[in-house]
Design a binder for this molecule. Structure first.
Ligand code: FMN
Length: 349
């Protein structure tokens, strides 16, 4: 058993977190990770508040272990979803892309707040604001890593902060977990690895494409959802890097987001305006690309459309060659990390 500051803080058996993944980390996958001894995280950006509450309650029916939610703070509906999570006293609130306003409210019921960062100075800021732990995302990651790789970023952040560090970006096996601990982290968060498990809702067509991909087969660009991010190198993704701004698609995507979040036209326009004018807000073209990214992710994950769909995926696709259960992944990663650490302890010094 690997006990670290991360397992102690969250009351879990293994220093392994399910990375919040919009469209993917649904209650079944979250509960499976919790029941396997890790920390399951429900991504709620796609849900309206009613759905968020229902998902939180579903998780509680499937597990009595600690779990969390992940919310992208710049998205529409973020305030409402966070309010629901606080009302439901969710043990861990993990946020990304924005500034948290709710830390005291979470601490008031004994919950923990975990900030996700990809730039070292943002880690220091998150801790100053009162975060209990941080997820540190390297360039290798699916979706929104920044310029620095995990290898460089983790030790830098480890020298800056005293809270538990959860390393994300490129981690898919026990050697990675052992390496993250050596670099100064207290556990790992895995996205791509947990996307490729039996309990994951990702369409089989895209699971197969990820398994076939090498470590070279991802693209990092800002065309996929307006922010620098990494997707699987599919035909649709390559085409997106070559074409101009997709005006009509952006309009369709915006209508889809409005429908999914059950917003009136008034509320939809007001939340877009709030997203543009917020301290860490984004211009309209970024929001429009986000809408397109959402639509194309749905095409990939739910319809398995390999011509039009895109999927955030990490470089570690190249090291993943099977679709096991969550329990098998967790057991394997823990056993391999222990074996790796034992091997290193045997080195002559
Ligand atoms: C399909 C997909 C959706 C994602 N959605 C979110 C999200 O909603 N919020 C978030 O903070 N990160 C999101 N991420 C990023 C992951 O939380 C995590 O940082 C990343 O997967 C870690 O890198 P790895 O894939 O190499 O393990 C997403 C990743 C994927 C693959």
């Amino acid at each position: 058993m690997l006990k670290t500051k991360m397992t102690e803080m969250f009351g879990i058996n293994h220093p392994i977190m399910l990375a919040g993944m919009n469209w993917i980390t649904e209650p079944k996958l979250v509960a499976a990770v919790c029941n396997a001894g890790g920390l399951g995280i429900l991504a709620v950006a796609r849900y309206n508040p009613k759905e968020t509450r229902a998902c939180i309650r579903q998780i509680r029916e499937m597990t009595d272990r600690p779990f969390g939610i992940n919310q992208i703070l710049i998205g529409p509906g973020a305030k409402e979803n966070i309010a629901v999570a606080i009302e439901e006293k969710v043990p861990v609130i993990n946020y990304s892309l924005g500034k948290p306003w709710f830390i005291n409210d979470v601490h008031a019921y004994g919950g923990k707040v975990v900030g996700t960062i990809a730039i070292a100075r943002h880690a220091a800021r998150a801790v100053e604001l009162g975060c209990d732990a941080i997820v540190v995302t390297g360039h290798e990651a699916a979706a929104h890593g920044a310029a620095a790789t995990s290898m460089v970023l983790i030790p830098i952040v480890a020298s800056m902060v005293n809270v538990p560090i959860i390393a994300a970006g490129g981690f898919y096996d026990g050697r990675g977990l052992a390496a993250a601990l050596a670099l100064g982290a207290h556990g790992i968060s895995m996205g791509t690895r947990f996307m490729l498990v039996k309990e994951s809702p990702v369409h089989d067509n895209f699971k197969r494409l990820c398994l076939e991909a090498t470590e070279q087969d991802t693209l990092y660009d800002n065309v996929f959802d307006g922010m620098d991010g990494r997707v699987l190198k599919t035909k649709a993704a390559v085409k997106m890097t070559r074409r101009g701004f997709p005006v009509i698609e952006a309009f369709k995507g915006a209508l889809l987001v409005k429908k999914l979040l059950n917003l009136s036209y008034g509320k939809f326009i007001a939340s877009a305006f709030a997203m543009m004018t917020a301290e860490e807000g984004h211009p309209l073209w970024v929001l429009a690309r986000q809408a397109v990214g959402n639509m194309r992710h749905l095409k990939a994950i739910q319809e398995g459309d390999t011509e039009e769909g895109i999927l955030f995926a990490g470089q570690c696709c190249g090291g993943i060659s099977d679709v096991p259960t969550v329990q098998e992944v967790v057991d394997r990663v823990v056993a391999e990390a222990e074996e790796t650490i034992a091997k290193l302890q045997g080195l002559k010094i």
